[in-house]
Design a protein around this ligand. Structure first.
Ligand code: G2H
Ligand code: MG
Ligand code: MG
Length: 272
């Protein structure tokens, strides 16, 4: 099932990158894009998994956008971002990933991130390590943030207060100084970069559970840590995350972040 699904998704994404990168609609803002490929890939994944595991539950980005609930319960749940980096996809900017996390009792058991254009398959299973195309991954051993590269994103929220806070945080981090700041345009790819040891840490406020479910396990299985932007335990529904190579860097980033709290992924839908 998985090999067949991978081949179909790979073909679907590559063909669409060549022939059809049209924006079909927007979601939370005019720059929160959706293409037909986002929907087709998610439908393919859900259909394939349901055939084998009919009782399992799903949290899929495009299904939630269509009104499905976004509740993480103790039931086996597949958390799917069919295209992480849709804006990249539309522009053919080469970081486009499919992200699938699988949780039981609210704990991630395995995560898969497929970076389509790099043809890199990142996999992690709880307690069994993280891998890229079968090769083991290890986070960076750097303890000094001034010798680090930090990844972050601005997301699709353009409200003035959120933007001000994001710029303020970034300004402080740049001026520590860090050696560099990077944005792959895909939360999942950013987390794979942390897991691979290429960047020391990634932080973002505004991501969703489907952006980071798989990546979170990749980071921890590669020896890294997850932390909330205010320093507590990360809550995948809170839309805030720091994924770092170690606690020293994560705590250093916490000190510089002007945090805010977007509406949670599992917040009740407003009454019509
Ligand atoms: O392209 P997507 O799935 O909307 O995700 C974005 C953040 O929400 C990039 O990580
Ligand atoms: Mg995403
Ligand atoms: Mg997506």
């Amino acid at each position: 099932m998985y090999v067949c699904m991978y081949v179909c998704i790979d073909q679907m994404v590559r063909e669409a990158l060549r022939d059809d990168r049209k924006v079909m609609m927007t979601k939370s803002s005019s720059i929160d894009l959706v293409t037909q490929t986002d929907q087709k890939v998610e439908q393919l994944i859900i259909k394939s998994v349901k055939e084998k595991f009919p009782t399992h539950r799903f949290i899929g980005e495009e299904s939630v956008a269509a009104g499905e609930p976004c509740d993480l319960t103790d039931f086996p749940t597949w958390i799917i971002d069919p295209i992480d980096g849709t804006t990249n996809f539309v522009h053919a900017f080469p970081f486009v990933a499919v992200s699938i996390g699988f949780c039981v009792n609210k704990q991630c058991e395995f995560g898969v991130v497929y970076s389509c254009l790099q043809d890199q398959m990142f996999t992690a299973r709880r307690g069994r390590g993280a891998f890229c195309n079968g090769e083991p991954l290890q986070v960076s051993t750097e303890e000094d943030i001034s010798r680090s590269i930090i990844a972050t994103e601005f997301g699709s929220n353009r409200e003035t207060e959120a933007i001000d806070r994001m710029f303020s945080s970034l300004r402080k981090i740049v001026c520590i100084p860090v050696q560099g700041v990077r944005s792959a345009g895909s939360a999942a790819v950013n987390m794979c970069l942390v897991a691979s040891g290429c960047v020391e840490a990634y932080y973002e406020i505004g991501i969703h559970v489907w952006d980071v479910a798989a990546g979170s396990l990749l980071v921890t299985e590669a020896g890294g840590v997850l932390m909330d932007v205010e320093g507590g335990v990360v809550d995948l529904m809170s839309r805030r995350i720091i994924a770092a190579n170690n606690r020293t860097l994560a705590e250093r980033i916490v000190k510089e972040i002007d945090s805010f709290s977007p509406t949670r992924d599992d917040a009740p839908l407003p009454k019509q």
